[in-house]
Ligand binder design. Sequence first.
Ligand SMILES: *[C@@H]1O[C@H](CO)[C@@H](O)[C@H](O)[C@H]1NC(C)=O
Ligand SMILES: *[C@@H]1O[C@H](CO)[C@@H](O)[C@H](O)[C@H]1NC(C)=O
Ligand SMILES: *[C@@H]1O[C@H](CO)[C@@H](O)[C@H](O)[C@H]1NC(C)=O
Length: 457
Amino acid sequence: MRATLRIALIALGVFLMVLFLPAVVHGPFSRDAHTRVLHEHAADVYDRPLNAAPPLAAIDRQANVDILAPTLYPEQQYEWITANQKATHALFRCMERGDCAQNQTKVVIIPCSNFVLFLQKGYVGGEAIWAHSTLQALHNMGYTVLLTFNMHSATQLYHIFANLVKMVIVNPEQADGCLREASCVRSEKNPAGIPAWKLFSFCWWPGPANPLGANWTLSPEDYQYGPNTYLGYSIESQCYKYPFVPHAERKKSQVYILAKFLKFFLPGKTAWPPEFYDAAANATGRCFIENVGPPLKQDAFYDLLSHSAALVGVENPRLSPSPYDALCFGVPFINPISDWDKKNPTDRTKWNTQHDMLKHLSPPHVYHVFKGDRDGFVNAIRDALANPIESYVPDRMRMTAVQDRLGKILERDWRVEAAELLKAREAGTVKGPHTGMLFLLQRKLARKPGIHILHLD
Ligand SMILES: *[C@@H]1O[C@H](CO)[C@@H](O)[C@H](O)[C@H]1NC(C)=O
Ligand SMILES: *[C@@H]1O[C@H](CO)[C@@H](O)[C@H](O)[C@H]1NC(C)=O
Ligand SMILES: *[C@@H]1O[C@H](CO)[C@@H](O)[C@H](O)[C@H]1NC(C)=O
């Protein structure tokens, strides 16, 4: 019995040794087994069609945990990167679940520097204010917005989102550069590139600033003399951040002079010599203040402006958004007229004013005064102080109006319009390509018209 037990135990020992020997020699897997797993995995990877999902067992669950939570950066200047991550994740998730919101699958890529600069440096300068308004309109309508700061990364984003991309908003020189760069614009040699008709220039000044002309140039104002695509902007959200200061509280308050640089006060550069201010101060008992030199922090500027009784233009800067801010704060604007028809001085169509977009408004909102007209200047300030106004925002500058226009721009069939443009250019009935302000490049571009633009599909 004992011998039988001993033999049985020995047999069990040998059996176990045989079972575990390979593990002792080769580790938990035999080398063969290990190699086999690798091969199977590799075969699995290489045999799979390029765009197939990985098999469930190969999903790295650890790696998937954080993808739903975008990285947070300590500095405010990187917030736009977090916003890109959030927008991208949200887009992929909604596409997988099949529950995307109405405009979520419509992507707008924005390499135009004003947008990132606004997010990094804040709300200063006309272009930044316009960029802010445009971003707000896109977000309000639920579009997926991806920001970047050069055409290389815009092109890579385009490679990823391709047909989902509705529009790429660029600086004028980026539009021009992309059409000259074979790896940027879509062409027969570069079928993954950005189609020329999706590139829209973001340009503050009138006149075409895109190789496809005025219709592909977005404008902040409805420039009658340069028929670009009018997008416009709204200062409402910025203005409504500050309380409306009741006029009773402004009884003793100052008149603000709109001037960015000291040079705007130089004789010949300014509409009003210093004695005009003395005369007006004499007549009204108000003091005049201005800010030149380092720009005020935006809060300080809006605080000062909203407590002012009037805003006086001195001829420059032109087309600044500040008079709109002023009107929204209930502050009338004195708009200098630099040029006019001497035979018919009341003909506004011939006026050249500091802010031509306001030249069709009248008192009590905007007072137009001929350059050098001392009595006109003093009277305008006296009248402005005597006739306080409520908050005023032109209808075309309501956020709803901006969204309405932007929505229509985004929904236009630009491919068809570009094809028509191309036909017209080939027939010689429309001139182009041209880049407006970049007139020096115009002749060079004209020599090779439409090479890249030809590829429209
Ligand atoms: C989607 O965009 C269109 C304009 O392109 C706009 O009219 C519509 O209101 C937007 N939808 C939502 C939910 O905001
Ligand atoms: C620009 O768009 C307008 C419609 O808004 C159209 O009438 C005009 O023909 C277009 N011009 C060019 C050059 O494409
Ligand atoms: C200001 O008023 C005083 C007297 O009221 C007058 O003597 C002076 O000339 C006026 N100055 C200007 C610049 O009008």
